[in-house]
Design a protein around this ligand. Structure first.
Ligand SMILES: *Cc1c(COP(=O)(O)O)cnc(C)c1O
Length: 381
């Protein structure tokens, strides 16, 4: 007898929620394929409404929305920007591209967010901005962070790539910083493959954000009839996505409640089924403080050591389950070391990065697949 062949369970499986192809067909039929057509406008309105934000602009990626933030804040060579070492490279790169020095902050051991109690000590006369990341969509301690930033005249940018539909004390993530960014990459809760958005909360940046996004021209004002010709008025680049992507994204955004409800079921089941196993073995599970509403973006385990983490990944792989780690601490990366990053600078980041693995969690994960993932974890040696 041969054992049944089981397909490998992917870490992430994006699926259609219903209207994506219909919307794309409509965009193609009307032949408005470039950016800022009807579907882009609908995405903007839906996000502004859902978040309670004054202005949302779709971008080609979260990375590009972060680059726009650095341009809007006029970040220049010699400026310092504080951000967690435990994040994706784009959080740093967008500011480094403008010549800023990244200053890496350590994270809290519970939420894995920038440790606000260590923030003030990192601020110098050159600090221009703090970029916070709501890891797994669980909010940073925004009251404390905003108070420190205000005291020192430093801007706050939220990298809310994980945070769409998350809240801090009842208010949507992405509405706290003067600027905030979202990602619609395939691995995020709501996707169009590659995409993002800039959230502009400080209204004095709105007009310049539109110009920077449109190649440094006042094209947006021209189309609103506010100027009689459009011309080059500022620096900028091409940061707006095609209508075809916006058409796909609008379908996903409209299905937001359904996506979130499914992710909640999967996340909660992992938590219930793995709690006793984790506590027996000293394995950490996600911590969500009562004042944070999370969007169920990630379910992770923190193993006590790198060796145990690697052996669990190998065990899961042998059971056809894809579990993956992240982030390599930025301060220890090849780039991070150029600014003097060294082992021991961010001890919590270094420990978490060694121990953390993420289990499959996506709209496309079936109940049967999740049962296989859980069984594989519970039978790990
Ligand atoms: C995914 C991600 C990004 C980058 O998003 P893109 O849309 O792929 O550019 C940035 N920051 C964080 C924290 C992310 O998880």
């Amino acid at each position: 007898m041969t054992a049944p062949i089981l397909a490998t369970i992917p870490f992430n499986r994006a699926i259609l929620t219903g209207r994506e192809l219909e919307n794309i067909q409509q965009a193609v039929e009307t032949m408005h394929l470039s950016g800022d057509g009807p579907f882009t406008r609908r995405c903007h309105a839906l996000l502004e409404q859902a978040l309670g934000a004054p202005k949302v602009l779709l971008t080609t990626s979260c990375t590009h929305a972060l680059e726009m933030s650095a341009l809007l804040l006029d970040i220049r060579p010699g400026d310092e920007v504080i951000l967690p070492s435990f994040t994706f490279v784009s959080t740093a790169n967008a500011f480094v591209l403008r010549g800023a020095k990244p200053v890496f902050a350590d994270i809290r051991p519970d939420t894995l967010n920038l440790d606000e109690t260590r923030l003030e000590a990192l601020i110098t006369a050159r600090t221009r901005a703090v970029v916070v990341v709501h890891y797994a969509g669980v909010a940073c301690e925004m009251d404390a962070i905003l108070a420190i930033a205000r005291r020192h005249g430093v801007a706050v940018v939220e990298d809310a790539a994980h945070g769409l539909f998350g809240c801090y004390k009842g208010r949507a993530l992405g509405t706290f910083g003067e600027l905030a960014t979202l990602s619609f990459h395939e691995t995020k809760n709501v996707t169009c493959g590659e995409g993002g958005a800039l959230i502009v909360n400080n209204e004095s940046y709105i007009q310049r954000a539109e110009v920077i996004r449109e190649k440094g021209t006042n094209r947006s004002s021209f189309f609103r009839g506010q100027v009689d010709k459009y011309t080059w008025v500022d620096v900028g680049s091409s940061y707006l996505p095609s209508e075809i992507l916006a058409a796909f994204l609008y379908a996903q955004l409209e299905a937001g409640n359904r996506i979130q409800a499914r992710r909640r079921v999967l996340w909660t089941r992992y938590r219930q089924e793995l709690a006793a196993w984790a506590s027996d073995r000293g394995v950490g599970l996600p911590v969500v403080p009562d004042h944070c509403e999370q969007p169920f973006h990630l379910f992770y385990l923190i193993l006590p050591s790198l060796e145990q983490r690697q052996s669990l990944i190998a065990h899961l792989a042998s059971a056809q389950v894809t579990a993956i780690f992240h982030y390599q601490p930025l301060h220890l990366s090849e780039m991070g070391r150029r600014w003097g990053g060294a082992p021991g600078d961010c001890p919590v980041t270094e420990r978490v990065s060694d121990g953390l693995l993420r289990l499959p969690l996506s709209m496309g994960l079936t109940d049967a697949e999740q049962e296989r993932v859980i069984a594989a974890v519970l039978t790990a040696p």
